[in-house]
Design a binder for this molecule. Structure first.
Ligand code: KIV
Ligand code: ZN
Length: 518
C-alpha cells in the first residue's frame, strides 16, 4: 500500500447502525465486516461496545473474524466505555479505540454541563486511558463543525500530546459548507503546533446533502482519513457515502494528491447490496455509483454516443465498481459443492452443515421456479434463509390469496406461533393488505407499518421479489426482509421476519451521543 493512500474508515456498523431501524445482529455484522475486508477498507468501526451486552459481543466477534483491516470501537470519554472498547477488541489483529467528547459551546453547556477546561482535561484523560489498551487511538471533538476554532486548537493539541495518532473532525449535524469546512481543516493543520504528529480525519453528516462534498473539500485541504458508510447509511440523513468518496478520488486523480489504490472497487456493488439487504434500506435508482440507473443510458443520443465511444457519456467503467461482473450463474443441475463454492466467493461462510443444507434445499426450490440463478439471487436467498433461522417465534406454514377483478382480496393463512398452529382468513384492500391483516389477526402485535418496499432482484418477470418492511411498535423500530419469486409470499416473509426481530429487542441499548454524556 502506498503511503499516499487516503485512509478509508468505514463506520457502517457503528454510525450506520444508528439509523432508526438499521440495527443488525451479530452474524449480520460479521457478514458485512467480511465484505468490507474484501473491499479492503483500512478501518472498520464495528460498534459501540458500552451500548449493550449485544453490541459488546458483536464488536468482539468482528474483532476476532477480521484479519486484514483494523477493527475500531467507539467510546465516550469515560472509563466504562474505554474499558469496554479495549476488552471487546482483545482478539483483534489490529485494534483502534475511538474516543470522543463534544467541544461546541452548545454541547458543552447543554449536554455535558462541563466547562471548556474540564472538557480538555477529560479528553486528555480518555486518550491516555485508551492508550493502555492500544497504541492506535483516535480522538474526535464531537460537533467540531460548530465549535470555536481557538478551543478546537487547544483540545486537539492536548489530545495529540496525550497520544492520539488520529484526530477526527466531525461535522456532527451536517451544518458545514464545502469551502468553509476545507478552510477549517487547513487552519487547524496550520495552527496546531503538533499537527504533524497526527493524521487528520473527517466525519461528515449529510443533513444538507453535503457530506461527500465537505469530506472531499477536507481531503483537498490535507485530511488523510475519511469516515464514511456504504450507501451513505447513518444517523438522520446519513454519512458520506464510501462509494462516492472512493470513486471521486479515483476518477479525479488530476485534482487529488492522494490515492485510494488499496480499495478493491469491484467489491463496491456487492457491499452495497449486502448492506441494503441486511438493513432493509433500499438504494434509490439514481444513487451515484450503486443505483440501478447509475450506468444506464436511457436517451437515444446518449446510447448512440456510448456505443461509438464509451467516454462520451461515462466517466467511470461500470465493471470497475462491480456491475456486470460474474453474472452467471447456477442452475437446476448445479450441485451442493458448486453452490457452496459460489457463496464462498461471494463472501458467505456457513456456520454448519445444517445451515448449508437448508440453504441448498431452498436453492433447489428456487431453481425449479427460475432457471438461471444469478449472484443477486444467491444473495437474496442467503439473507432470506438466515433471516428465517433467527429466533423464529412466528413461522409461515401456508398462505393462499385470492385476488380477482371486482372482488375483495382475501388471505387464508396458517402460522405457527410458539409452536402452536393458528389458521385465519382476512380481507384487505389488496392481496398484501389482506395478508398483513391476517397476520395481525393472529399475532396482535399492534405494530405500525412505516415502510413497505419491493424490488426485483434480477431482470425479468421470473425474478425474485425482495420485500423490505419497517415496523414501529411502542417506539421501537425494526426492519424485516423476505425474498421469493411470489411477491405476496415475499411480503408475508418480510413482515414475519420483522415480528421475529422484535422478540428480544426490548433490552436497553445506549446511544453513544444521546444518552447521559459523562
Ligand atoms: O457524528 C459524530 O460526531 C460522531 C462521532 C461519535 C464521531 O458520530
Ligand atoms: Zn456521526
Amino acid at each position: 500500500m502506498s503511503n499516499n493512500n487516503l485512509i478509508i474508515f468505514d463506520t457502517t456498523l457503528r454510525d450506520g447502525e444508528q439509523s432508526p431501524g438499521a440495527s443488525m445482529s451479530k452474524d449480520e455484522k460479521i457478514r458485512i465486516a467480511k465484505a468490507l475486508e474484501k473491499l479492503r477498507v483500512d478501518i472498520i468501526e464495528a460498534g459501540f461496545p458500552a451500548a449493550s451486552p449485544g453490541d459488546f459481543d458483536a464488536v468482539a466477534a468482528v474483532a476476532a473474524s477480521i484479519k486484514d483491516s483494523t477493527v475500531c470501537a467507539l467510546a465516550r470519554a469515560m472509563d466504562r466505555d474505554i474499558d469496554a472498547a479495549g476488552e471487546a477488541l482483545k482478539l483483534a489483529a489490529s485494534a483502534r479505540i475511538h474516543t470522543f467528547i463534544a467541544t461546541s459551546p452548545l454541547h458543552m453547556e447543554k449536554k455535558l454541563r462541563m466547562t471548556p477546561d474540564e472538557v480538555v482535561e477529560r479528553a486528555v484523560y480518555a486518550v491516555k486511558r485508551a492508550r493502555n489498551f492500544t497504541d492506535n487511538v483516535e480522538f474526535s471533538p464531537e460537533d467540531a463543525g460548530r465549535s470555536e476554532i481557538d478551543f478546537l486548537c487547544r483540545v486537539i493539541e492536548a489530545a495529540i500530546k496525550a497520544g492520539a495518532g488520529t484526530i477526527n473532525i466531525p461535522d456532527t449535524v451536517g451544518y458545514n459548507l464545502p469551502d468553509r469546512f476545507g478552510r477549517l481543516i487547513c487552519e487547524l493543520r496550520e495552527r496546531i503546533p503538533n499537527a504533524d504528529k497526527a493524521v487528520f480525519s473527517v466525519h461528515c453528516h449529510n443533513d444538507l446533502g453535503l457530506a461527500v462534498a465537505n469530506s472531499l473539500s477536507a481531503v483537498l485541504n490535507g485530511a488523510r482519513q475519511v469516515e464514511c458508510t456504504i450507501n451513505g447509511l447513518g444517523e438522520r440523513a446519513g454519512n458520506a457515502a464510501l462509494e462516492e468518496i472512493v470513486m471521486a478520488v479515483r476518477t479525479r486523480q488530476d485534482v487529488f494528491s492522494c490515492t485510494v489504490d488499496q480499495i478493491d472497487t469491484t467489491q463496491i456493488l456487492s457491499c452495497s447490496r449486502l448492506v441494503s439487504n441486511i438493513t432493509g434500506f433500499p438504494v434509490q435508482p439514481n444513487k451515484a455509483i450503486v443505483g440501478a440507473n447509475a450506468f444506464a443510458h436511457e436517451s437515444g443520443i446518449h446510447q448512440d454516443g456510448v456505443l461509438k465511444h464509451r467516454e462520451t457519456y461515462e466517466i467511470m467503467r461500470a465493471e470497475d465498481v462491480g456491475w456486470n461482473a460474474n453474472r452467471m450463474v447456477l442452475g437446476k443441475h448445479s450441485g451442493r459443492n458448486a453452490f457452496n463454492q459460489r457463496l464462498q466467493e461471494l463472501g458467505y461462510a456457513f456456520n454448519s452443515e445444517k445451515e448449508l443444507n437448508t440453504a441448498f434445499a431452498r436453492f433447489k426450490d428456487l431453481a425449479d421456479k427460475k432457471h438461471e440463478i444469478y449472484d443477486e439471487d444467491l444473495q437474496a436467498l442467503i439473507s432470506d434463509t438466515l433471516a428465517g433461522e433467527q429466533n423464529e417465534t412466528v413461522k409461515l406454514l401456508s398462505l393462499k390469496v385470492t385476488s380477482e377483478t371486482g372482488e375483495v382480496p382475501r388471505a387464508f393463512l396458517t402460522l405457527s406461533v410458539n409452536e402452536e398452529e393458528c389458521m385465519v382468513d382476512a380481507s384487505g384492500s389488496g392481496p398484501v393488505d389482506a395478508v398483513y391483516n391476517a397476520i395481525e389477526k393472529i399475532v396482535r402485535s399492534g405494530a405500525h407499518l412505516q415502510l413497505y418496499s419491493v424490488k426485483n432482484v434480477t431482470d425479468g418477470t421470473d425474478s425474485q421479489a425482495e420485500v423490505s418492511v419497517r415496523l414501529e411498535q411502542e417506539g421501537n423500530i425494526i426492519t424485516g426482509q423476505g425474498a421469493d419469486t411470489d411477491i405476496v409470499i415475499a411480503s408475508a416473509k418480510a413482515y414475519i421476519n420483522a415480528l421475529n426481530r422484535f422478540v428480544g429487542k426490548q433490552t436497553l441499548r445506549h446511544h453513544p451521543q444521546k444518552t447521559e454524556a459523562i
